[in-house]
Write a protein of this length. Structure first.
Length: 289
């Protein structure tokens, strides 16, 4: 089933989870334990990330097809412009078709380690819109999602231009938008309003990732696509004596985010799980108390 059909048919917010392909073979069983633990929450779909420059691409394809085969869940596979050409991308999409996978998330992707510049890593798809156009022209039956940035795209400081570029991706055939993680819902609501002003009418799905360790918070701040962490949350995390306390703080913060989003009748929520189940399970337990 296409994600856009799931979103259009839903009468209440849908939930989805993101996983990444493990780099070590011994971690695959642990990942499927996580998937099994989260499956009772009845996710409407799950997504699988794609390594920059091919670092985990074969594992992505293996994981996507295995999830589809063994769980029956609707799977969205990430596809990136980085180090990709039309022939390779066409082969991937045809393979997905044959395995009953008909949803992808079209992204530009991050610069691979060791590359001198982004430009040298781009082949047939300079921008995500080029990938969207290729998919919709050659594989119109495949559903396509794209990324959104509630805090603003770090490489497009002009936010009017940023939304203009996003509108072009939607006009090229993107069915929905899933956002990068954020910690202040005001950023999400403002982003949605900007989309509406620009004439973007497809669903905008918020992405949520709870902070569970102090190192994790630092890592989120260091990410190329960044995360603006509210001062009050930073203070709570820094004052925590151990990571179990940090996890409780992060889960409570994310729970409040999710509940507010639900209260505003959003179409869905996408959880970045980091291949772990505990935090997401606790958030679901909290909002259903």
């Amino acid at each position: 089933m296409l994600v856009k059909e799931i979103l259009n048919a839903a009468t209440k917010p849908v939930f989805s989870f993101e996983f990444f392909p493990p780099k070590k073979d011994e971690e695959w069983d642990k990942l499927f334990e996580t998937i099994a633990a989260l499956s009772p929450l009845n996710p409407s779909y799950v997504s699988v990330t794609y390594g920059a420059g091919g670092s985990t691409r074969s594992r992505t394809h293996s994981l996507v097809t295995r999830i589809q085969k063994e769980t029956g869940l609707t799977v969205v596979s990430h596809l990136t412009c980085i180090c990709s050409d039309k022939e390779e991308t066409g082969t991937i999409l045809q393979n997905y078709r044959e395995h009953g996978i008909n949803n992808v998330l079209a992204l530009r992707g991050d610069k691979p380690a060791g590359s001198a510049s982004m430009a040298e890593s781009l082949k047939d798809f300079p921008h995500a819109i080029d990938l969207v156009r290729f998919i919709k022209t050659n594989y119109p039956d495949i559903g396509v999602g794209v990324a959104g940035f509630p805090e603003g795209h770090p490489e497009t400081p002009n936010r009017l231009k940023e939304i203009e570029y996003l509108k072009e991706k939607v006009d090229a055939g993107a069915d929905y938008i899933v956002t990068q993680l954020f910690f202040d819902n005001r950023d999400y609501f403002d982003f949605v309003e900007r989309c509406i002003i620009a004439g973007i009418t497809v669903p905008v799905i918020p992405g949520i990732m709870p902070i569970t360790t102090q190192k994790g918070m630092i890592r989120m701040s260091e990410l190329a696509l960044g995360a603006r962490i509210p001062a009050s949350l930073i203070t709570k995390v820094q004052n925590a004596e151990k990571d179990t306390e940090v996890a409780s703080i992060g889960i409570e913060w994310a729970t409040n985010q999710v509940q507010e989003l639900i209260d505003h009748h959003i179409r869905g929520i996408h959880f970045y799980t980091l291949n772990m189940a505990d935090a997401t399970l606790q958030i679901f337990n909290n909002i259903h108390q």
